[in-house]
Design a protein around this ligand. Structure first.
Ligand SMILES: *Cc1c(COP(=O)(O)O)cnc(C)c1O
Length: 387
């Protein structure tokens, strides 16, 4: 009976709403047809709202990593000096891609579970005026921190360097003001807070970045953004667009607009606060201590000698149909992560917390049933002003 039943609580892919699911059901149109062009052009236009930008937003048929590669491939030439701010696995991914394109990579590493420090970035940029680009992960999904994009944007804007931001697991769940915060390239992907299946990525480029891209001579082909810019004028993509995902994106952007970006951010924040309150009430330890550094889209929770996180994940999956994420690389076996981004209602997280309590009880972890639920409900009631 419940073969397909599940609660997908990983930081992407995320659940798809029935509205978006239905929108994607539409007959496949030819990717060069007038009818599809119309939908495509409207969708690109609507996407500006989520980046809070006046610039064009480009649709790529790829996952998030393809968009990260696009950002590198269009800016970095062999031996260019770039600075990567590393707060976890996704910062490391920028390092790997930049190296693959021959960059001379400087890294600034910050302790796992903490954010990039703007003062340090400022010093390094002053000492290295030849840095061509600074790469930053908005929400570092592997540790569940949110980096201070605005503050770093404020520093990078006064230099010749570009600020390139991986907002894959943040955009739509947390504020990103492309134009006001002086972000030069921002990227996101469909299967995170936008709430579509995997396979589509979005890239937004500032005027400062275009000047660099127009002069760029390094090797690139599929991700050559100048080709996308040329084709967007004709209301199309250089290669076959991900037609069904564009239908879905169009609907998803309507739903996001209808809720209002700000209200969406508040919803994500409320859910984060509910999770954090529950975790504390269950005597579990949050991986990100500092409230301000805690992402609104994913929460990481530490294991300990009474709590084997992999055993917990297995019970959650098999007995309760709740899928949560484990730790990646150095954090494997040390933390588990609850994804709470996109099409998620506060009530959904109460279900997750309930399953978590029962699974903890099952492995003999000392908790009292209902403690986490109570703490989370109080946060929600308080938010609704129910005294
Ligand atoms: C999910 C994610 C990506 C993209 O990963 P793909 O598997 O290529 O979609 C990139 N950066 C961050 C921060 C992510 O959370």
């Amino acid at each position: 009976m419940f073969k397909e039943y599940q609660h997908l609580r990983i930081p992407g892919p995320t659940p798809v709403s029935p509205e978006v699911q239905r929108a994607m059901d539409r007959t496949i149109l030819g990717h060069r047809s007038g009818a599809f062009s119309e939908i495509f052009a409207q969708t690109c236009e609507k996407a500006k709202y989520v980046f809070q930008t006046k610039e064009d937003v480009f649709i790529l048929a790829s996952t998030g990593t393809g968009a990260l590669e696009a950002a590198v491939a269009n800016v970095v030439e062999p031996n260019d000096k770039v600075l990567v701010l590393v707060t976890g696995v996704f910062g490391e991914r920028f390092v790997k891609i930049a190296k693959a394109y021959g960059a001379n990579v400087m890294t600034l590493k910050f302790d796992l579970g903490t954010t990039a420090k703007p003062e340090t970035v400022k010093e390094v940029l002053q000492q290295n005026p030849d840095i061509k680009a600074v790469f930053l992960t908005h929400c570092e999904t592997s540790t569940a921190v949110v980096n201070p994009v605005e503050k770093i944007g404020n520093i990078v804007k006064d230099t010749d360097a570009l600020l390139i931001v991986d907002s894959v697991s943040a955009l739509v769940g947390m504020d990103l003001k492309m134009d006001d915060w002086d972000v030069d390239i921002a990227v996101t992907a469909s299967h995170k807070a936008i709430g579509l299946p995997p396979g589509l990525a979005l890239v937004c480029v500032s005027q400062k970045a275009w000047k660099v891209i127009e002069k760029h001579k390094g090797p690139k082909f599929y991700f050559d953004l100048l080709a996308y810019r040329k084709k967007i004028k004709d209301r199309t993509t250089p290669y076959t667009g991900p037609v069904s995902l564009v239908y879905g994106l169009s609907k998803s952007l309507d739903l996001i607009k209808e809720e209002g970006l700000e209200n969406g951010f508040k919803r994500h924040q409320l859910i984060r606060d509910m999770v954090r309150a529950a975790v504390k009430a269950l005597n579990l330890e949050l991986f990100v201590q500092e409230e301000e550094a805690a992402s609104c889209t994913v929460t990481a929770i530490k294991g300990n000698n009474q709590l084997d996180v992999e055993q917990l994940r297995k019970i959650l999956r098999e007995d309760y149909k709740v899928e949560v994420a484990g730790g990646q690389q150095d954090l494997k076996g040390k933390i588990f992560r609850i994804g709470h981004l996109g099409y998620i209602h506060p009530l959904d997280i109460l279900t997750t917390i309930s399953a978590l309590e029962m699974a903890l009880k099952q492995i003999g972890y000392p908790i009292s049933l209902g403690a986490g639920i109570k703490a989370a409900e109080e946060v929600w009631c308080n938010d609704k002003n129910i005294g």
